[in-house]
Write a protein of this length. Structure first.
Length: 360
């Protein structure tokens, strides 16, 4: 008997904003915001005729030129659903917003973690470092699932959550690391820990209290000696004085001609907790080190572990590391794994007092 191919189904899905239970996550799915602000989408599923989705207005969709109600639920005919050419497991939900089309990918938690690995590190790293990444990514996701109740999704697929771009990043090594640690998370006082992480601590991590003024007993300052082996461990960046003045003005700070930057409060690890930029108007502006990173750009000021100096028409920043500096250093974990540490030992080092537990 010849089987008729399944078509992509489009059906109305009612959104719920309920919190995820703190119990077992076995069989649970996670909702990941993968696209937002799109003007149109082309969706295919394993050889299906493309489906073009546009926003008619805030309340109606155009699906291949025909009106449909928001939100739309899209399911694949085969293994993957392709959205603008990118493969995704599970299903997708499309809704219209003021900013454009929003796409939420709903898939199993373990498949999601397999898609995160190569977007955050390389699965070619030592296996114990890859397993450590799998556990912290899973724990962070579960923490978000349990605590995020103000959006129709659990986590963003960007640096605002964890970088996830669908199934294209999966490979055998990443999938094996996820399988070898299946269901394992870090807990503190019986609850999933907030396992934030970053690329390179520059030699020492900082406590959450010093960086964000939020205290988590397991996010403390610890040494991270293997960071020095990372590329661009030490860095330098120069920004023209006039460019920084324009950035400050755009943020609402008018202080005349910029005269100096003084880093006046430091964390235990040496990161800039606060600084003062003085100006010719006699006033100055006080910023946190992380706020200046956001203003100039995280890819330019790679961390807040820096010094600043005015040289002619430039402000010169010299620093170490990359990222906010709290929790696990990914390059530090790589170095520990290369030196024979297990993933459990790596996690114990960076998240003090947590318990590695098989949640499901």
């Amino acid at each position: 008997m010849k089987t008729r191919p399944l078509l992509i189904t489009l059906m109305v899905l009612c959104l719920t904003l309920s919190a995820v239970s703190t119990g077992s996550a076995a069989g649970r799915s996670i909702r990941v915001l993968v696209l937002k602000g799109e003007s149109f989408l082309i969706v295919t599923g394993a050889g299906e005729t493309p489906v073009e989705i546009k926003a008619e207005d805030g309340k109606a969709a155009s699906v291949n030129g025909k009106k449909a109600a928001w939100p739309l639920k899209l399911s694949p005919a085969g293994e993957f659903l392709y959205i603008n050419g990118r493969p995704y497991r599970g299903s997708a939900e499309v809704a219209g917003t003021r900013e454009g089309l929003r796409v939420i990918n709903e898939l199993s938690l373990e498949s999601y973690i397999a898609g995160v690995i190569n977007n955050e590190i390389s699965s070619k790293w030592p296996v114990e470092a890859v397993k450590a990444q799998a556990v912290v990514a899973r724990t962070y996701a579960v923490h978000q699932m349990n605590n995020r109740t103000d959006t129709p999704y659990d986590i963003e697929g960007t640096v605002m959550g964890q970088v996830y771009r669908g199934a294209a990043a999966e490979d055998e090594a990443a999938t094996k690391a996820v399988a070898d640690t299946a269901g394992e998370i870090l807990t503190f006082a019986g609850e999933p820990a907030l396992t934030v992480y970053h690329s390179n601590a520059g030699g020492m991590t900082d406590s959450s209290r010093e960086i964000w003024a939020e205290y988590y007993p397991y996010l403390l300052s610890v040494t991270s000696p293997f960071d020095k082996d990372a590329p661009r461990y030490a860095w330098e960046f120069a920004v023209p004085v006039l460019s920084l003045k324009a950035l400050l003005a755009g943020a609402g700070y008018e202080i005349g001609e910029l005269l100096d930057i003084k880093c006046d409060e430091m964390t235990a690890a040496g990161r800039v907790k606060s600084l003062v930029i003085s100006g010719s108007s006699g006033s100055g502006v006080r910023l946190r080190g992380e706020d200046l990173r956001k203003l100039i750009g995280y890819s330019y000021l790679r961390s807040s572990l820096f010094s600043a100096e005015k040289k002619g028409g430039l402000f010169v920043f010299r620093g170490r590391g990359s990222g906010h500096g709290v929790g696990m250093s990914q390059w530090g974990a790589k170095g520990m794994a290369e030196s024979g540490f297990s993933y459990a030992e790596i996690l114990k080092h960076y998240y003090r007092g947590t318990v590695l537990k098989k949640a499901y």
